[in-house]
Write a protein that binds this ligand. Sequence first.
Ligand code: DGL
Length: 249
Amino acid sequence: MTNIGIFDSGLGGGAVLNELAKKNKANYFYLGDNLRVPYGNRSKAEITSFATDIVNFLEGYDIDYYIIACNTISVTCKDYLRGKYKKKFITIADMAVEAACGFEGDFLALGTKATMESHFYKSTLESKKPCTVYESKAIDLVNLIESGVLEGETLNEALDEYLSTANEKKLENIVLACTHYPIIKDEIKKRLTYQANIIDPALYLAEKLVTKDRENGVNIFMTKESQETKDLIDKIMEVDYRLTFIGGL
Ligand code: DGL
């Protein structure tokens, strides 16, 4: 069996795990650090140190390669992790840019503060094709999603603010540059005043990844136990899984 380590600051990467496990059978070991989520408002040093804690934990499972299912970790410290662990780390941010390259027009990159301030999406996509990438820091979205706010007035107000540039300029494409956002994709669509192409990088990654295994083993570790987390994981996952709360790293 192939042992794939996959991780995020919280639940968002669970949506990536779900897409992967539906299409590609393997032994998945997922870690979501919902005790310390969100990562997106933290410093580079803190994000790097937390990501190292996560990989140290997953290394106990004889991992063949990793998938960084968190844009914030991807753009902050993928090279550090590759250098330290000498293993392959596929990143959702690289997959997102590859996916976006297949579409014409301009883009809104919707992501966390850390991801947007890295300008990874803007610099990479604009260097690969003629387009303009507008950046939107969706500071509150991860917190809202982790606490189970998946619809309603508060979410709508936040979305109206973060999508304002897209609505003003009628941008052709919106890249979900944070793995939490596909969970509220329908709400995002509803707050757009026009029809945009919404790019969910997890779907692209699930198409690209090829595994040779015949069975799935989906193990989910979360650092903090809560009923909202249990309910959300249950809502996200369409394959069988085993959930363990480990109480911190
Ligand atoms: N899912 C993470 C990402 O893709 C959220 C980061 C956070 O915890 O703020 O960036």
